[in-house]
Write a protein that binds this ligand. Structure first.
Ligand SMILES: *Cc1c(COP(=O)(O)O)cnc(C)c1O
Length: 427
């Protein structure tokens, strides 16, 4: 299957006619449990000696089809879906971490991820050190003997910044720890982090992958390339697991060790499961991923270029513009385009931003991104409202900045809407 092109795989990977009915589309297996053939079959499943379906907190055929499709599109060995992008981040870290362990994370991350890493994970005894990932010496210097992963985004939210994944992967490799890449803003159509040395790829399915603002979901994809037994740093994967009679995940499952651990321990005990209905919507969405991303990128280039030339605009951060300092990374990291998220700084400051957001008619003022619809948010008065002005600036959410997620409508209609709203905002 994997020697087919992306457009073929996004439609076919993970899907086969339903063995019971011949249904061509992947059915929604809306069931909690699965009948065992007999007591021996049940015992083999529970001992992980046979792969099959037990209970939908762990595995479900609709979710399994989606997992196989996502693993294929990212070029990974296996994938585990979860209930949200944030759940996927915890599921990715869980087998690697323990009390006293830390991760080294980029300062340029989705706002919710900064909160999860700087505050919530401390409750587990984990911590994060944030550094500028363009300063590779600082990344290396931040790694200590308790570091268990490096975490960054390929194209970083709120838009504009592109990580030099090859350089960061080389540092992770040297330190003998995995690189985790959040590929939400790029999708596997624009960027394939595993080809740049990532060990794990996480996504919020909520965004471009489902693509139409209907689902909250996440996924962890494992490259299958990391040697979990090379050191004693990852005992969850390399040492005997008491809950499974001393089974060693890496020794037993090889390149699928992380995926099996994610299901057999992660989903079993943390319970952050994706439901089959949500998996179905995401499978539908992925069928058109490349078509949508082409249009998202083409529209973002047009709209960002137009905005950059507008008199009321001070700056546009889009990496697809030649003016962006990250533009030179596009050919290597995301050759099909720099996505469709960016921020715009208005000369009129906070008041102009509020007026712009209130005057736009086609753009929706929402906290989401990666929808077919064009979206806008003034972060300083909404998602980043609780932060000081200094913190807002550091997060790319200064009072004079709005964030755009460009949809797949007619670019000329989007520009017309922006034109009338900017006139009101600067008038
Ligand atoms: C939205 C988002 C998340 C969180 O995903 P949820 O599905 O909302 O939990 C994580 N990373 C990035 C880059 C995102 O855009």
């Amino acid at each position: 299957m994997s020697d087919y092109g992306f457009d073929t795989l996004q439609v076919h990977a993970g899907a086969r006619p339903d063995p019971a009915t011949g249904a061509r589309q992947v059915p929604i297996y809306q069931t909690t449990a699965y009948v065992f053939r007999d007591a021996d079959h049940a015992a083999a499943l529970f001992n992980l000696q046979e792969v099959g379906y037990i209970y939908s907190r762990l595995t479900n055929p609709t979710v399994a089809a989606l997992q196989e499709r996502l693993a294929t599109l990212e070029g990974g060995a296996g994938a585990v879906c979860c209930s949200s992008g944030h759940a996927a981040q915890i599921m990715a870290l869980f087998p690697l971490m323990g009390p006293g362990r830390n991760i080294v994370a980029s300062t340029r991350l989705y706002g919710g991820t900064v909160t999860q890493f700087s505050q919530t994970i401390r409750r587990f005894g984990w911590s994060a050190t944030f550094v500028d990932f363009d300063d590779t010496d600082a990344v290396t210097a931040a790694i200590d003997e308790d570091t268990r992963a490096i975490f960054c985004e390929s194209i970083a939210n709120p838009g504009g910044y592109i990580t030099d994944l090859d350089a960061i992967a080389a540092i992770a490799n040297e330190a003998g720890i995995p690189l985790i890449v959040d590929n939400t803003s790029a999708t596997p159509y624009l960027c394939r982090p595993i080809e740049h040395g990532a060990t794990l790829v996480v996504h919020s399915l909520t965004k471009f992958l489902t693509g139409n603002g209907t689902v909250t979901g996440g996924v962890v994809i494992d490259s299958g390339n990391f040697d979990w037994s090379a050191s004693d740093k990852f005992p969850s994967l390399s040492a005997p697991e008491p809950a499974y009679h001393g089974l060693k995940f890496h020794e037993t499952f090889g390149p699928l060790a992380f995926t099996f651990h994610g299901i057999a321990i992660g989903l079993r005990d943390l319970g952050m499961t994706l439901n089959p209905q949500a998996a179905h919507y995401t499978l539908m969405g992925i069928e058109t991923l490349s078509l949508r991303m082409e249009k998202h990128v083409a529209n973002a280039v047009k709209v960002a270029t137009w905005l950059e030339g507008h008199g009321a605009v001070e700056a546009v951060t889009y990496a697809g513009l030649p003016s962006s300092p990250w533009n030179s990374r596009v050919p290597a990291i995301c050759p099909k385009g720099a996505g469709s998220l960016f921020t715009v700084t208005l000369k009129g400051g906070y008041d102009a931003c509020i007026k712009l957001v209130d005057s736009l008619e086609l753009f929706s003022h929402v906290a989401n991104l990666g929808d077919t619809r064009s979206l806008v948010i003034h972060s300083a008065s909404t998602t980043h409202r609780q932060l000081s002005e200094e913190q807002q600036k550091a997060a790319g959410a200064a009072p004079n900045v709005v964030r755009f997620s460009i949809g797949i409508e007619d670019a000329d209609d989007l520009i017309r809407d922006l034109d009338q709203a900017l006139a009101k905002a600067s008038g």
